[in-house]
Design a protein around this ligand. Structure first.
Ligand SMILES: CC(C)(COP(=O)(O)OP(=O)(O)OC[C@H]1O[C@@H](n2cnc3c(N)ncnc32)[C@H](O)[C@@H]1OP(=O)(O)O)[C@@H](O)C(=O)NCCC(=O)NCCS
Length: 96
């Protein structure tokens, strides 16, 4: 979780997988704080946390609005899924 002036500003969750990778859930940032660098900080923190868990790759599910954000954070397209809310891009980032 990330705080801004003592108030919760955003969070991300790392979920280890059985295949040696990890899933990134979120990040979610308070809308009034978007584009201030908090989302990237959360991704970097999540990547470090996943590495500490010895995950080799971090996966994220992106919709059309969050895809450019993940691309800026070093994620590459890794497939597509269908969801009730439309297509979702699976994106991944190698952890070295
Ligand atoms: C996606 C989200 C986490 C981004 O958080 P943020 O704090 O605004 O992101 P940052 O300010 O750290 O942005 C990092 C980079 O991505 C870019 N970026 C962020 N949102 C973007 C968007 N919607 N479209 C294009 N680029 C975007 C920023 O401009 C920045 O680029 P730069 O390094 O060239 O300046 C935030 O918009 C959010 O919580 N959205 C709703 C929840 C969501 O969709 N979460 C992700 C999938 S579940």
């Amino acid at each position: 979780m990330f705080e801004h002036w003592g108030a919760p500003a955003g969070f991300a969750v790392v979920v280890p997988r059985d295949d040696g990778a990890a899933d990134l859930d979120g990040p979610f940032v308070e809308p009034e704080l978007w584009r201030g660098g908090i989302g990237r900080k959360l991704v970097e923190e999540a990547a470090l946390f996943a590495q500490a868990l010895e995950a080799r790759e971090l996966f994220a599910s992106a919709n059309s609005r969050s895809e450019p954000f993940y691309a800026k954070c070093g994620f590459k397209p890794a497939g597509r899924l269908e969801s009730p809310h439309g297509p979702i891009s699976v994106m991944s980032r190698a952890l070295v």
